[in-house]
Write a protein that binds this ligand. Structure first.
Ligand SMILES: NC(=O)C1=CN([C@@H]2O[C@H](COP(=O)(O)OP(=O)(O)OC[C@H]3O[C@@H](n4cnc5c(N)ncnc54)[C@H](OP(=O)(O)O)[C@@H]3O)[C@@H](O)[C@H]2O)[C@@H](O)CC1
Ligand SMILES: Nc1ncnc2c1ncn2[C@@H]1O[C@H](COP(=O)(O)OP(=O)(O)OP(=O)(O)O)[C@@H](O)[C@H]1O
Ligand SMILES: [Mg+2]
Length: 360
């Protein structure tokens, strides 16, 4: 919430900067920092208020009570498909965040060399070293190894409430071919899929994998969104009509839900647009998108359970579980990021934010 005197002060600052009254450089930087942090002067804030989701109530409504009668697994079983030679942090961040938020079981399906590293970060995660990259597979073996990889994941598929595809996946062509098959299997089994990171690289070049699947969520960052807009809408990102463009994009991909990450997170399923701009932090360390994908997986699973059990009596809006999952995941990550930043300031890292996921 920006108090009135802040707004007046910032309006004056804005005008001073625009009219080039030339304050000293350090003062100018500080003024611009304040304007950025307080979010004044932009269309975003205007739009933010009109489209802002009721995230506190949504979070409360979809989070299940801690009921002693429930057994392990009922609060959610998620799987992350990601982790290769280069990236072991991203799948770990996504999978551990799911557990910290309240899922019961969190699996990671990664390459053989990434597995021991990810296991060593945490004994809580169930790590499957099943994915293969081109360098470790001869041309003649590709078909049978591909079938084996897909079968390994498929044998677990029915047990998962949600898959997160892409954090730290890498872009090896053979590995991405196998992951395409895994997405198809998830779709056949009606398992929701969150596509992030390199999963978006794969899907942007093969939209048929998710097009028309209402249980698919895409979570692009600034680069990933740009590529998606160029590919699908054949134009550049238009920030003057951010809401309209996001709506068209989600509609064009057959009603998938898209969470466009940024200063204010924008979410659309092709029917409506909602924003989450509460809290957040000015620290942009890598890995926050990975926390988000793991969080959305859990909230989407909870929202689906609630909608199924409630038989349409749910009083919150929107009603689409993918929209609810995105709103809750975004709000919780942003709250945790702001709490971590209060403590750690510029030295805030992704692991600090994960520690704040359970704090109020
Ligand atoms: N601690 C960890 O393990 C973390 C790991 N992370 C993981 O990193 C992966 C990439 O995600 P990111 O967010 O860096 O992608 P993004 O901003 O589009 O790219 C930035 C620039 O790099 C380039 N580029 C990227 N990948 C490339 C590739 N394989 N080969 C060649 N170029 C590549 C890209 O070029 P472009 O695609 O635009 O041509 C752009 O210019 C993803 O798996 C994510 O989960 C993060 O989650 C952070 C924490
Ligand atoms: N400029 C910003 N100001 C405030 N919060 C932001 C800003 N940009 C992103 N965020 C927050 O950080 C979260 C992660 O977004 P980000 O763009 O860093 O994802 P990413 O690049 O995929 O991250 P990762 O490094 O995990 O791949 C978003 O959901 C959003 O809430
Ligand atoms: Mg990312």
């Amino acid at each position: 919430m920006i108090v009135k005197h802040d707004m007046n002060y910032l309006t004056v600052l804005n005008s001073a900067i625009n009219h080039k009254l030339a304050p000293p450089l350090a003062v100018l930087r500080r003024q611009q920092f304040l304007i950025r942090v307080l979010g004044v002067g932009g269309e975003n804030r205007m739009q933010g208020s009109k489209f802002e989701a009721d995230s506190d109530n949504i979070l409360r409504a979809i989070t299940p009570v801690l009921d002693p009668n429930r057994h392990k697994g009922q609060a959610g079983k998620v799987a992350v498909i990601g982790g290769c030679r280069e990236y072991t942090g991203a799948p770990y961040f996504a999978a551990i965040s799911a557990l910290k938020i309240g899922a019961d079981l969190s699996h990671v399906f990664c390459t053989k060399d990434a597995a021991p590293v990810i296991k060593s970060y945490s004994p809580e995660l169930i790590v499957h070293p099943v994915l293969e990259e081109s360098y470790s597979v001869g041309d003649r073996d590709k078909d049978h190894i591909s079938r084996r990889v897909v079968a390994e994941v498929d044998k677990w598929m029915e047990r998962f409430d949600c898959l997160v595809v892409g954090p730290g996946l890498g872009r090896d062509p053979f590995l991405l071919d196998c992951v395409s098959e895994i997405i198809k299997q998830a779709r056949q089994s009606n398992v929701p899929v969150i596509i992030d990171g390199d999963g978006l690289f794969l899907v942007t070049n093969n939209l048929g994998l998710v097009s028309g699947y209402p249980l698919a969520i895409l979570t692009p960052n600034v680069n990933e969104y740009k590529r998606l807009v160029q590919k699908v809408l054949n134009c550049e990102v238009n920030d003057q009509d951010a809401h309209g463009q996001l709506l068209s994009l989600a509609k064009q991909i057959g009603g998938v839900t898209i969470l466009r990450k940024g200063k204010c997170d924008l979410i659309s399923d092709g029917e409506i647009v909602k924003s989450v701009s509460s809290h957040g932090s000015p620290r942009r360390c890598g890995g926050q998108g990975d926390i988000l994908s793991g969080s959305v997986a859990v909230f989407l699973s909870w929202a689906r359970q609630l909608i199924l059990a409630d038989e349409g009596n749910l009083i919150i809006s929107p009603k689409n579980p993918t929209m609810l999952g995105c709103i809750a995941g975004s709000a919780l990550l942003r709250k945790a990021a702001s709490l971590a930043f209060e403590d750690r300031k510029r030295s805030t890292l992704t692991t600090d934010i994960i520690e704040c996921l359970g704090r109020r």
